[in-house]
Design a protein around this ligand. Sequence first.
Ligand code: ATP
Length: 375
Amino acid sequence: MGRIVLDGLTKQYGDVVAVDGIDLDIADGEFLVLLGPSGCGKSTLLRLIAGLIQPSGGRVLLDDEDITYAPPARRDLAMVFQSYALYPHLTVARNIGFPLRAARMPRARIRQRVEEVAALLELDGLLERRPRELSGGQRQRVAVGRAIIRDPRAFLMDEPLSNLDAKLRQATRAQFRTLHETLGATVVYVTHDQVEALSLATRIAMLDGGRLEQVGTPTEVFDEPASVFVAGFLGSPPMNLLPARVEGHDGRVRVVAQGVEVDLWPGEEVESRDVILGIRPEHLRQTDSAGPVGTPVLRGEVQAVENLGAEESAQCTVGGAIVQFRGARPLGLAAGQPVVLTTARDHIHLFDRSSGRRLAWQARQKQPTPVAPHR
Ligand SMILES: Nc1ncnc2c1ncn2[C@@H]1O[C@H](COP(=O)(O)OP(=O)(O)OP(=O)(O)O)[C@@H](O)[C@H]1O
């Protein structure tokens, strides 16, 4: 078992609230990724769970046992660091077997466990080498092996791939995924890399300023971002976010801004409100006409076109805002050219301008209403 419950967990450093009243229930076997920009509190939160620092308030429960003030060694959690933290003078076998030697397990049994773990991580041929004789990826696997061999209730990983080059990152990511499926263990994983988060997580917890912005599956967080912050963090390039207004006139409720007209539904009965209109760059396409009633339209001018290999990305101005538009190469656009863009109504996101929170509108077809925040 390895269920971890965080209850109002808080960590303050003087005036800085690094972790601000986090409530989170991490189920046994979950791969939970803590995602957010630098300084949002990810590492502090992980270190609180590990017991490397003590909270200013709140509790940490492991399988219903309060471990808030238990020393790290008593928590039955294994931590994997970005820096690997291997013993340079010990062989791979002795590095992996270290926790079992510390626990005074019989030598033959340690050897057997080391061999099992090494086979799982494809390190079998490297057991007599020292860390300096290994590649970065192999060193990281040794660090993971040393964590696995303890058979802990959960793994805590702090940016474990960030010292690897892009190709190795991708390969190691795939190995981590397989490993999680094989072991079925709980993993809490810190990263600021959205690709890692989207590809590895069973759930993503998005942090901003020490608070949880959204917790959900990768699909939920990407397809229905709970706030402007989440929408602007995920995606490459991230979601276009344009200041606009919801208004009803001429028998239609629309989202309008300079150069923008997006039909929501027939009728005029709506309370006008300031919103942020969100559309992902990959959901825009060119059109040469306004199309049938209800087709969203963004009229602008191309500023620059960037070659991305298989695709191109065009930066356009729409009213006073910048809109990124991505599609298969060639887009057939050049700087200075007028452009009309459209999207499917399903791809329209609305956020309240003052709170930044998502507004639900598709399901209700009436007043856009705020989506309840995480807590
Ligand atoms: N020991 C400390 N003393 C004072 N402030 C700290 C300390 N550790 C962290 N902080 C502050 O707490 C906040 C959260 O830091 P934390 O390292 O958890 O962020 P992070 O999301 O892991 O960032 P990064 O991705 O850059 O590692 C930051 O404002 C940081 O400056």
